[in-house]
Design a protein around this ligand. Structure first.
Ligand SMILES: *Cc1c(COP(=O)(O)O)cnc(C)c1O
Length: 383
């Protein structure tokens, strides 16, 4: 726990656990299915560079990002694998994406037209994948209109512009019933059958983390895991028999900056929403909503101090929060306080925090602010 002696708060990252989660996915899908780790949004807040460096030796097929900038950043790390941009690209972004040899994911003929023009003047040409909208509704060519768009896509193909993949995205792979996912899968398959290019010329993919562990039907040629790699349970409501829990990758820690004893009647935080009803000991910690500690956790959430779970009292401020230390008389200034993660026998999981904040682990992770230093656990540390 003395990993970071100077910071007031930090995000701890266990890259061994990240790699173990990757290997769990590899075992689930078997050796014949390609893995496309999703490293968008700075690898869900963990830091894209370190995640890519950690995964490169495992030789994923490629990487998935959301923006051209994210993809260019990975190219600049020296990665030569395919990098797929899983959002529609504005015409202005296509040129830069092409220079970095990113693979565009196409949802629309106008977008393809821009890509074709750029491909003609790109040495070596460009690959693209086509998204099929089977119900997600935010991007993709509609599955039930394939007779209209597919011939128009093929008409654009050339030596410089190659159609190399097709995919869809599940909207309910984490839901109690897989029926919606099977319906989407069926629409996807029916669409692929009707494409005027050979099935074997395309990399076919659909599964995100939740789907990877629920039915082998969805494996296809490649899977696109994100949250599972980063230690988030992709279907927390369904429990650990449906999806084996990932190893935690992220811990959120802060330090006790002040410890003081207060009399009954003392108030804490904006709005004085906590009042000591007896003498209490309070600890001020150096983390707040400006760091990504959700404000709604005030008077609801917990922290761990010296292996003891203690309540967050009063409103969370931007930079500071307060815990009730009455149950931990040995607590001292400088002690490490855990907001997410383990300390001794106590645990606060990412899912606990997400549930209390009425959101999902994805939003908690991507909400961890840049001002929190990211600290990597030493390799081989299995704390
Ligand atoms: C983010 C994303 C994924 C990964 O989803 P997880 O639930 O994090 O595994 C897969 N595919 C696409 C298109 C995405 O945008």
């Amino acid at each position: 726990m003395s990993i970071n002696p100077t910071a007031r708060a930090w995000v701890e990252i266990d890259l061994d656990a990240l790699r173990a989660n990757y290997e769990s996915i590899r075992r689930a899908v078997g050796p014949g299915t390609a893995l496309i780790p999703m490293v968008k949004a700075d690898a869900y807040g963990l830091g894209c560079d370190r995640v890519v460096r950690a995964l490169e030796p495992l030789q994923p097929w490629g990487y998935g990002v959301a923006t051209a900038e994210e993809g260019i950043r990975i190219r600049e790390l020296g990665v030569s694998r395919p990098i797929l941009v899983f959002s529609p690209l504005l015409p202005e972004a296509i040129e830069a994406a092409a220079r970095a040899r990113l693979t565009a994911c196409i949802s629309d003929l106008g977008e393809l037209g821009h890509l074709a023009a750029v491909a003609e003047r790109t040495p070596g040409g460009l690959d693209f994948h086509v998204e099929i909208d089977t119900g997600m509704g935010r991007a993709g060519f509609r599955w039930d209109a394939v007779g209209g768009w597919a011939p128009a896509v093929v008409a654009r193909l050339s030596d410089a512009l190659r159609w190399t993949g097709v995919y869809t995205h599940f909207y309910d792979a984490d839901g109690p019933s897989l029926a919606p996912s099977f319906e989407q899968w069926e629409r996807f398959e029916r669409t692929i059958e009707r494409l005027p290019v050979p099935r074997d010329s395309l990399l076919v993919h659909a599964a995100r983390s939740a789907a990877v562990f629920r039915d082998r039907t969805f494996d296809a040629d490649a899977v696109r895991p994100g949250i599972y790699l980063y230690g988030g349970h992709p279907a927390p409501e369904l429990g650990d028999d449906v999806v084996p829990p990932p190893r935690p990758v992220v811990a959120l820690r802060a330090r006790l900056l002040l410890v003081r004893d207060v009399p009954a009647g003392a108030t804490v935080g904006y709005g004085a929403t906590h009042v000591a009803d007896a003498p209490e000991r309070w600890g001020t910690i150096g983390i707040g909503y400006g760091d990504g500690l959700r404000r709604c956790l005030g008077n609801r959430g917990h922290a761990i101090v010296r292996g003891v779970k203690v309540p967050l009292i009063g409103r969370i401020s931007m930079d500071l929060s307060v815990v009730d230390l009455t149950a931990v008389p040995t607590a001292r200034v400088g002690d490490v306080v855990t907001l997410i993660g383990d300390d001794g026998d106590a645990t606060i999981s990412l899912e606990d925090v997400a549930a209390l904040a009425d959101t999902i682990s994805y939003e908690i992770l991507t909400g961890l602010a840049p001002r929190l230093p990211r600290v990597e656990l030493p390799h081989g540390d299995d704390r």
